[in-house]
Design a protein around this ligand. Structure first.
Ligand SMILES: [Zn+2]
Length: 118
């Protein structure tokens, strides 16, 4: 190996290391976002419960408000699915559509629940 080859080899290793770091940072950011969205969903559930209680107690009509909260939950749950898929993708895994377990890409069936993976 001459000096130029050595330089290239070192550069390759550095590039791979940088890429790995970027992936880890990317995954961490996604995981943080998952936590944020999960908290928001919990908060929405709490508001839905509170509003339903108020609605019963005071016979006030806040059906529209409750419906809008439910829509928001739906959106956030979908978003959560996308985030989880993105994380799995970055780790070269696939997520089971039935139980959300991460599986190796080459697996045909989920290692937790046995469902067929797409
Ligand atoms: Zn499964």
């Amino acid at each position: 190996m001459n000096f130029d080859d050595l330089l290239y080899a070192v550069k390759d290793v550095a590039d791979v290391a940088t890429k790995k770091t970027e992936e880890v940072v990317g995954i961490s950011k996604l995981k943080l976002e998952v936590c944020r969205v999960e908290r928001e969903i919990q908060d929405l559930y709490r508001k839905i419960g509170q509003s339903t209680y108020q609605s019963r107690k005071d016979s006030c009509k806040n059906e529209e408000y409750i419906a809008s909260l439910c829509d928001r939950v739906e959106d956030q749950l979908e978003y959560l699915d996308e985030l989880r898929k993105e994380i799995a993708d970055k780790k070269d895994k696939v997520i089971c559509g039935n139980c959300n377990q991460q599986n190796e890409k080459e697996n045909v069936y989920c290692k937790r629940c046995g469902s067929k993976l797409k």
